[in-house]
Design a protein around this ligand. Structure first.
Ligand code: MLT
Length: 407
């Protein structure tokens, strides 16, 4: 008899964004005349930057010729891309990350979800609330949680992110082993200062804990005092892994390319307390379970580090930021408390009621899709998230409809 991993039975019904997509599809089927505007899942709408497209085409042509064709590439990514990343994303910010500490992958979702595999089932996991659901769900699948009672899993240390703490969690009071942080934050759009982040790095060092830092939205930072990478913080290379993505900053949601930084000096421990290299462990896993990102995609990613590519990505971020500004202005103008939307493509809005009720009301009355905050955790109840990823015209129209509905 084939038996299942019963940890899966503890998971909540379905993945948040699939659940929303189903509800929207049903609404659309019942109301075919409504032109639904989607400001729910953070999926980009603008074409790839021209620099990426040119490199993509050229690489496809190389694959069409026996002389320049490439088969399996290195699992960790081609040197040309790893070097461009190390130089532009880290060394340029005085974060001393080397090319061979970078693992190119097909998405930050997969990497943030897969990374926990390296740790024991007993590892105590600290997860912000609200949070991108992947961190929690993958730890539940791995058996690190107990039952789900009163809106929370047993054995998980929840880091409450509330209006009171500016949606930046306080350090845990108890001992934890694995800490998830995401800044600029998904879903709240909050940011963390270098001083606050230093507090987390010191905490991890004191407790021999590891920080998994998701920086997928760093490309939206405009406030130059904010850290783009955790490695801008002294001591972070010993205690932190960083996840980055080309999805939101270069429009790669459908193209798929991301990377994870695992510094060589980062140490983890076995039961006896003996030290092990995290880099070696992740490399072992990556080579066993992953065969690399396709060559044309890596060439397209490399091209975004060219001067033209960088300028085009800045334009993309500015485009979505203008949308975010429009949402922020409308919702604050209507008297709603808002967070984010400045160094982030997401606006976190206090709903003055239940978040699913607000979601249903916006969908039914305005034909606008948002994401209910409760889907990101119990501290998200009473909030909704609006994403700025859509065309400017659609965002303006969505806000006009929302204004009419809520006034
Ligand atoms: C989101 O809307 O939170 C993200 O787009 C989801 C993702 O990146 O997987």
């Amino acid at each position: 008899m084939i038996t299942i991993n019963e940890n899966y039975l503890r998971l909540q019904a379905s993945y948040l964004f699939s659940d929303i997509a189903k509800r929207v599809a049903k609404f659309q089927q019942d109301n075919p005349q409504t032109d639904v505007i989607k400001l729910g899942i953070g999926d980009v709408t603008k074409a790839l930057p021209q620099a990426a497209i040119t490199a993509f085409h050229k690489a496809v042509d190389e694959m069409a010729d026996d002389a320049s064709f490439r088969g399996y590439g290195p699992e960790q990514g081609y040197d040309f891309l790893r070097e461009a990343i190390a130089k532009n994303d880290f060394q340029a910010r005085e974060a001393e990350i080397a090319a061979d500490e970078i693992f190119v992958s097909d998405g930050a979702k997969c990497d943030t979800g897969n990374f926990q595999e390296l740790f024991s089932e007993e590892a105590v996991v600290a997860i912000p609330d609200p949070v991108y659901p992947v961190y929690l769900d993958t730890n539940v699948m791995a058996g690190r949680s107990g039952e789900f009672t009163n809106g929370r899993f047993e054995n998980i240390v929840y880091l409450d992110c509330t209006k009171e703490n500016g949606f930046v969690p306080d350090l845990p009071q108890e001992k934890v082993d694995l800490i998830y942080l995401c800044f600029p934050n998904n879903p709240t759009g909050s940011t963390i200062s270098k001083e606050e982040l230093k507090g987390w790095v010191d905490f991890a060092a004191e407790n021999k804990a590891l920080i998994l830092f998701d920086a997928a939205y760093e490309g939206f930072i405009v406030d130059e005092s904010l850290p783009h990478s955790i490695y801008e913080i002294e001591g972070a290379k010993k205690v932190a892994v960083e996840f980055r993505s080309f999805s939101k900053t270069a429009g790669f949601t459908g193209t798929r390319c991301a990377f994870t930084v695992v510094p060589k000096e980062c140490l983890v421990y076995d039961k006896s307390g003996a030290e092990h290299s995290l880099h070696a462990l992740w490399n072992r896993r990556h080579c066993t379970k992953f065969n690399g990102v396709s060559y044309p995609v890596q060439r397209a990613a490399e091209a975004i580090y060219s001067p033209e590519g960088q300028a085009q990505c800045k334009e993309l971020a500015a485009f979505y930021r203008k949308n975010a500004e429009t949402v922020l202005k409308t919702m604050s103008g209507l008297g709603y408390f808002c967070m984010g939307g400045i160094n982030s493509p997401y606006i976190w809005i206090e709903a003055k009621g239940g978040s699913w009720q607000f979601f249903d009301m916006l969908l039914e009355k305005a034909g606008v899709v948002c994401t209910p905050g409760a889907g990101f955790g119990s501290c998200g109840e009473g909030y909704i998230r609006i994403s700025s990823f859509n065309s400017y015209e659609k965002v303006v129209e969505a806000m006009e409809r929302v204004e009419k509905t809520l006034q």
